[in-house]
Design a binder for this molecule. Structure first.
Ligand code: CAA
Length: 247
């Protein structure tokens, strides 16, 4: 059997990089998407991954822009092949209390975190149906489950991702395609650098496990959901948050 192709959006970032490494170790052909503004960083990321023995591909495209995604996905299909595993991982924060939130911060977060899921998934689902096998994993957040002070935009987008998961899971369940959501808690990545240290310390003090999560811990869960063994899990939202939110 040919190796399956896995696409990780925002694949050169904190959690994305760990997911790429894990899926490569699992035997997938891995494609990491990045946005044009990160071109230089993405190229040096690829060089260091290759130096470490991981021959990963990179693909430029703005997941918040439908036309950009169409072009990127056509290129991936021609150059590498059809995608069988999609990790909708690209995400941003633009935190601020609602009464001070400019429209731009609402739109940007909804476009990158939620509309991207439509844009990218729409391009891969037909190939998965044709193959009779597929894995779609949406990287949401604990803050989509519980809401978070200062994140009306992010919480709305992340909650929306799981609504998408549940609906598409029903449409594809009989066709060999699973669709699931992972909801990480606070993970030690660059995204957390935007939080003031004193606020972050306060948040960490409320995590029962007593620490931030590690990107590798998220990647292991992605690995399982992407495997043949996880064929009976679909429409699920799996929390991985150190006990920060239990439901
Ligand atoms: N609950 C209730 N009140 C709170 C609060 C909370 N959690 N946090 C702050 N406040 C209060 C403050 O005590 C202060 O009250 P007073 O005005 O009475 O003094 C007020 O809210 C602060 O209001 P400001 O408008 O001045 O807020 P700010 O601009 O200083 O900060 C913020 C707002 C930037 C949103 C800041 O609260 C913050 O960074 N919060 C953390 C947001 C967060 O957790 N982001 C997660 C990013 S990582 C991520 O998203 C990954 C993932 O998936 C987990």
């Amino acid at each position: 059997m040919n190796k399956r192709i896995a696409l990780v959006t925002g694949g050169t970032g904190g959690i994305g990089s760990s997911i790429c490494r894990q899926l490569f170790a699992d035997g997938f052909v891995v494609v990491a998407n990045y946005i044009a503004a990160e071109k230089e960083r993405a190229h040096s990321w690829q060089i260091s991954e290759r130096a470490a023995g991981r021959d990963v591909h990179i693909a430029e495209g703005d997941v918040s822009d439908y036309d950009s995604v169409v072009v990127m996905m056509a290129k991936i299909k021609t150059d590498i092949g059809p995608v069988s595993v999609l990790i909708n991982n690209a995400g941003i924060t633009k935190d601020g209390v609602f009464r001070k939130m400019p429209l731009e911060n609402w739109m940007d977060v909804l476009n990158v975190n939620l509309n991207s899921v439509f844009n990218v998934t729409r391009q891969v689902v037909d190939d998965m149906l044709a193959e009779g096998w597929g894995r779609i994993i949406n990287m949401s957040s604990v803050n989509g489950q519980k809401g978070q002070f200062g994140q009306t935009n992010y919480s709305a987008a992340k909650a929306g991702m799981h609504g998408f998961t549940k609906a598409l899971a029903q449409e594809t369940a009989a066709k060999g395609i699973t669709v699931n959501t992972i909801s990480p808690g606070y993970i030690g990545t660059e995204m957390l650098m935007a939080i003031k240290p004193e606020i972050l310390d306060q948040i960490v003090s409320t995590i029962p496990v007593g620490r931030l999560g590690k990107p590798e811990e998220i990647a292991k869960l992605v690995s399982y959901l992407a495997s043949d063994d996880a064929a009976f899990i679909t429409g699920a939202n799996i929390a991985i948050n150190g006990g920060l939110h239990m439901y």
